[in-house]
Write a protein that binds this ligand. Structure first.
Ligand code: AMP
Length: 564
């Protein structure tokens, strides 16, 4: 093996990138594996072959044409995981509509911002999800919907929107029902489908994913067919996915983990997509894996933790599991080990990436040594380049910490209608600056050590929360932990740990500090420790450190004020 001499690596591959559109990818699989099971949606009682999926896709695509939508138009989708989401993903791509993923947790102002930002002409909407009454919010945003002409809307606060396609059977004034759209097209629209598909170019934008951004307004990462088809394909290759695999998908479809690493990965290889529920629920996942004999399972670390710690975990037969992906946030070594040992996922991989890079740029291979597989995010993805840079933009050496930059086919087209923000993120040489701190070793394995802005500078010393979290995870009573910095008058910043204890245990601050003393440097022992039932998380399940920081600042500020 060639050892790296600088912190730069490129994914060599004998396999060329696919020059296919999203529809081209589906069509290829329908031809090869049409009769195989494609989609199981347990909460909707759906079990479809690839032929069935392709039929539903054609019905919806033709219906959307009948509604007057044209290539290049933006169409939002605001729905939890449902079969219609999968159909919409492929139906919009079939006719070149740009699908805009709307976060299921958005509220009125965010929805208004996203739809207007991309000038969406249509929206597919589920009636509700958990505590979110989507129809109620839409009516509040656009009370003029009630008198609107479905298909030809003119709404005051959503001036570009012409049409709302509503899932479910009930009717809502101003909206068309999804099932009606499936039946809307005549032979003329159907005849146009293949003609339109043949005119699409893999380099055209096909998807806008709003990044969750912890500060500022969300930005719409704009991705092409080429971006996501290839990322889905090569991610599947790293897992050795084939038409014999059945992937359990509890991650949300609106995020690239769902629509690319799950759906496109499966479709690229004829594997079956299994959805355990509308949103994440550990029991639903365990039941789905057992009942559907899933061979693969995806999740962010918190999902795997919830499954492993479910009180009935031991009663499920998970012996069909082989592989899957843990990604989206730092994947603790201890959790990875349990996934291999207790879930039997002997070929589980870790992937690292971000929405703006379609998303994956590192992934462990199923044959990497276990130690590497649980402790690193693996090696560079095929055809992708990565370098680690220092504060002056210089490329560092293996073993040195710096910002990870990615270049290649996977880098987004840009943020929609935000040339300034795009130029801040992607430099003139095409490098996407990820804002993640990483270390590349001489063999090309990568470790993500945190976010550039999560790094804590305590008394001039750089501390990396990730490293401290990994250590605290070894404590027998720690189920989950987040470490972050908070302002401090003396040191500039101080460390704080929020800990979710294992069920039934009651660790104390002193237990935790005692566990650290003599084992890790004293300045890495969190000054503040809090025990909580759960962390504030995004819909994707990512812990929101900025919320925890805010809560601590308030708590400590209040206490100081009270003492004074
Ligand atoms: P998103 O664009 O929502 O997919 O978020 C991307 C961010 O998630 C990255 O910039 C990383 O900070 C984080 N992330 C994703 N995968 C991993 C991983 N395997 N390990 C550590 N952080 C990760």
């Amino acid at each position: 093996m060639n050892r790296l001499t600088e912190a730069y690596t490129r994914g060599e591959s004998a396999e060329p990138l696919l020059r296919l559109t999203v529809h081209g990818l589906l069509a290829r699989t329908v031809e090869r594996h049409g009769a195989r099971e494609a989609l199981v949606v347990r909460h909707q009682g759906i079990r479809w072959s690839y032929y069935d999926l392709a039929r539903a896709v054609d019905d919806l695509a033709a219906g959307l044409l009948a509604l007057g939508l044209q290539k290049g138009d933006r169409i939002g989708i605001w729905s939890p995981n449902r079969a219609e989401w999968v159909v919409a993903q492929f139906a919009t791509a079939r006719i070149g509509l740009i699908l805009v993923n709307i976060n299921p947790a958005y509220r009125i102002a965010e929805l208004e911002f996203a739809l207007n930002k991309v000038q969406a002409k249509a929206l597919i909407v589920a009636p509700r999800f958990k505590t979110s009454d989507y129809l109620g919010m839409l009516l509040e945003l656009a009370p003029d919907l009630a008198e609107g002409d479905p298909g030809a809307l003119h709404l005051k606060r959503l001036p570009h929107l012409r049409c709302i396609v509503r899932l479910g059977e009930e009717k809502t004034p101003g909206m068309v029902n999804y099932d009606a759209v499936l039946r809307l097209a005549g032979p003329a629209q159907r005849a146009r489908l293949d003609q339109i598909a043949a005119g699409l170019d893999p380099d055209e934008a096909i998807n806008i994913q709003f990044t969750s951004g912890t500060t500022g307004l969300p930005k719409g990462a704009t991705l092409t067919h080429y971006n996501i088809v290839n990322n889905g394909y090569f991610t599947a290759r790293c897992m050795k996915l084939s038409e014999r695999d059945r992937l359990c998908i509890p991650v949300p479809l609106y995020h690239c983990f769902g629509m690319v690493l799950s759906n496109l990965a499966c479709v690229s290889h004829g594997a079956c997509m299994v959805f355990p529920g509308e949103g994440f629920d550990a029991k639903d996942v365990l039941e789905a894996v057992q009942a559907e004999r899933c061979t693969a399972l995806h999740g962010v670390p918190t999902m795997f933790i919830a499954e492993l710690d479910h009180p009935d975990f031991g009663s499920y037969d998970l012996s069909s599991l082989r592989t899957g992906i843990m990604a989206g946030a730092p994947c603790p070594i201890e959790v990875m080990k349990r996934v291999v040992r207790d879930m039997g996922m002997r070929e589980v991989t870790i992937a690292y990436g971000m929405t703006e890079t379609s998303p994956v740029s590192f992934q462990s291979g199923v044959d990497d040594p276990l130690e590497r597989r649980v402790a690193t995010v693996g090696r560079i993805h095929p055809h992708v380049e990565v370098k680690i840079v220092g504060e002056r933009g210089e490329t560092l050496r293996p073993g040195e910490k710096g910002e990870l930059c990615t270049r290649g086919y996977s880098v987004m087209r840009g943020y929609w209608d935000e040339p300034g923000k795009t130029a801040e993120a992607v430099d003139a040489a095409g490098w996407m600056h990820t804002g993640d701190l990483a270390v590349l070793d001489e063999e090309g394995y990568c470790n993500i050590v945190g976010r550039v802005k999560d790094m804590v500078i305590r008394g001039g010393e750089n501390l990396f929360p990730r490293e401290i979290e990994e250590y605290l995870f070894r404590h027998p009573n720690v189920q989950d932990v987040q470490v972050f910095g908070i302002p401090d008058a003396k040191y500039g910043e101080e460390l704080c740990a929020w800990i979710v204890p294992k069920p039934g245990s009651q660790p104390t601050e002193e237990d935790i500090r005692g566990f650290c003393r003599g084992q890790i440097a004293h300045q890495k022992i969190p000054r503040y420790i809090r025990f909580v039932d759960a962390f504030p998380v995004t819909v994707t399940g990512k812990a929101q450190k900025f919320m925890m920081r805010k809560a601590m600042v308030e708590e400590l500020g209040l206490r100081e004020a009270a003492t004074a």
